[in-house]
Design a protein around this ligand. Structure first.
Ligand SMILES: [Zn+2]
Ligand SMILES: [Zn+2]
Length: 190
């Protein structure tokens, strides 16, 4: 039976997120199922809630999180069941001009697919009760009890780091998202 869990879903900008039971898709070979233990609210999430940064809806927000690996796909590498992980919002193809130069933040596929708020293969990993697909902000969508990510987005960390500190490494400790949030605010001002 498919995994069901609760997630905070944003249906429309300027409205509260609603806690709903969603259904997870079966894991693809390189997918990792993470049970979320802590997630931060970043300014980028707030901008989507307020509507100054636009993404397809409905969507699960949340892009700085830490948790425990519950299950890994048959071909997932670098992570195993039981690992404590910090989630990364920067999946990358590994073979484009920028990936070849160790700049995954500029990965052509990452930048190209980001606005769709779906995994690289374009297939939603969560669905609402009525069957509609759910977008995932920044390839994550961590405002839920679980989150399905690609193996390269699940970074093992020492188990003694508390989850509520570890989660901040995912974005709060990284000012690249602040730059993104800034550009969203600039757009809103225009
Ligand atoms: Zn790339
Ligand atoms: Zn952020």
């Amino acid at each position: 039976m498919a995994l069901q869990y609760r997630a905070a879903v944003l249906h429309a900008a300027g409205t509260p997120m609603s806690i709903e039971t969603v259904t997870a898709a079966a894991l693809k070979p390189t997918d990792v199922l993470v049970r979320i233990r802590a997630a931060g609210l970043c300014h980028t999430d707030l901008e989507v809630i307020e509507g100054s940064l636009r993404y397809p809806l409905p969507i699960v927000l949340g892009h700085e999180a830490a948790g425990v690996v519950e299950e890994v796909g048959a071909a997932a590498r670098g992570v195993k069941q039981g690992d404590h992980v910090v989630l990364s919002w920067n999946p990358h193809c590994g073979h484009c001009f920028y990936c070849d130069r160790d700049s995954p933040i500029l990965c052509e596929q990452y930048l190209g697919e980001g606005p769709k708020a779906l995994p690289f293969d374009g297939e939603a990993r969560n669905h609402l009760a009525d069957g509609r697909p759910l977008q995932q902000l920044m390839f994550l969508g961590s405002f839920g009890e679980y989150c399905i990510v690609s193996d390269q987005q699940a970074i093992p960390v020492p188990k003694q780091i508390p989850f509520d500190r570890a989660c901040l490494i995912g974005c709060g400790g990284d000012d690249r998202c602040r730059g993104r949030a800034q550009s969203g605010r600039d757009r809103a001002r225009r």
